[in-house]
Ligand binder design. Sequence first.
Ligand code: BV8
Length: 236
Amino acid sequence: MADRSDIRNIVILTGAGVSAESGIDTFRAEGGLWEQHRVEDVATPEAFERDPELVLRFYDMRREAIQTKQPNPAHEALAKLDREWSGELLIVTQNVDDLHERAGANRVLHMHGTHLNAWCTACDIRSPWRGTLIDRPACPDCGEKALRPDVVWFGEMPYEMDRIFAALREADLFVSIGTSGAVYPAAGFVRNARDLGVQTLELNLEASQGSHWFDESRHGPASVLVPEWVEEIVGR
Ligand code: BV8
């Protein structure tokens, strides 16, 4: 990787692999989240329309589960980078858990939403939410029983895309951590970065669907690779 002196602005993309060692199932591994459900059956607006109970139960189960998990050394290393990095830094996460924040990271953008909000389809307000939605509770703002998970489903526009592309345009380095590169537009960010002349690095357990697009791809567990990389970039 090019030397650190010419790197000021960094964009990081994280996926389920960064939370795997915290005990949160990834999507596409053996026994992963989608194993029990076909994606189309739970993570789409059509699924919610067709079988709201199934979808609400799927997200209730995951919302409860993440609250019993702890950040791992990968989250902690990224929080350290956030504290110590004087240049621009944006951690764009596809994850809907809050482990980046609980490790202490602040410059975090949840492009696919978060388990810990409920979104009212009547008044459009998003409220912090740690309980269940299966019992169709009233919206804290408008009182309507119209709450859904504040999670971006397939066919829905991810959040803050303009902010992400603005950060990529200013970036000197794009680092992808723990993602299979299976879902767009996140999976395409490495190509946007390359077209912009940004250096690209992948840290993943194994080759992903996008590995060939990266200048460098390192394989291993995030709890090992991420602290090593942060030391490299900050420690110098
Ligand atoms: C949109 C939230 C348009 C929900 C998620 C054909 C071609 C291109 C695109 C499409 C197409 N057909 C349809 C599309 C669009 C579609 C898409 O990309 N489909 C795919 C299946 C082809 N995309 C969308 O619909 C997106 N929206 O396009 O909108 C639009 C335009 C105008 C107006 C309106 C709309 C929205 C997609 C968002 C879906 N929501 N999540 C929830 O959480 O339930 S997706 C979900 O899967 C994740 O958020 C993430 O984005 C995605 C991939 O998951 P990963 O995080 O990568 O996890 P995965 O298990 O796959 O991989 C884990 C990786 O970690 C592995 O590589 C593994 O090796 C590694 N790992 C494991 N352990 C470790 C590790 N690494 C390190 N250490 C370890 N210990």
